[in-house]
Design a protein around this ligand. Structure first.
Ligand code: FES
Ligand code: FES
Length: 151
């Protein structure tokens, strides 16, 4: 049995220890917000936070999350109470097809929490491992900067 904390809640997983974290989140814990793009660690769509750090959940076996804290996009907010980041993406058109969006949001969350100065350069650098085929990135960067400015 593998135990981990997911979005602040203790969870147990009974199954193959090398099952990918993304599959455990989606199939075993019904957290389908995390999306799969490439499945090879290249696109960042599957990004979740592991002990606060962004990781590609398609590359992480669930056993590596034993005793650790995982945060998924579901931890950010709810439709009736959007987080600052979600509201920023909504206001600035940072999401189009939405496949990259959960990963973008989680990487951006780690960036905002890191305490570094949030500006266009730092946001672009932080999000450099997250690929988007739709937006051209400008509106995503604007979304994160807008969120950072919200009190
Ligand atoms: S789906 Fe994990 S990095 Fe692309
Ligand atoms: S919004 Fe479609 S891939 Fe980014």
């Amino acid at each position: 049995m593998i135990t981990l904390t997911v979005n602040g809640r203790k969870q147990s997983f009974h199954g193959a220890p090398f099952k990918r974290l993304i599959d455990v989140l989606r199939e075993n814990f019904a957290l389908t917000g995390t999306k799969e793009g490439c499945g090879e660690g290249e696109c960042g769509a599957c990004t979740v936070l592991l002990d606060g750090e962004p990781v590609n959940s398609c590359l992480i076996p669930v056993c590596q999350a034993e005793g650790r804290a995982v945060e998924t996009v579901e931890s950010l907010g709810a439709p009736e109470k959007l987080s600052k980041l979600q509201a920023g993406f909504l206001a600035c058109g940072g999401a189009q097809c939405g496949i990259c969006t959960p990963g973008m949001l989680m990487t951006a969350r780690a960036h905002l929490k890191s305490g570094v100065r949030v500006d266009e350069t730092s946001v672009r650098e932080a999000l450099s491992g997250n690929l988007c085929r739709c937006t051209g990135y400008q509106d995503i960067v604007k979304s994160v900067i807008t969120a950072a400015k919200k009190k």
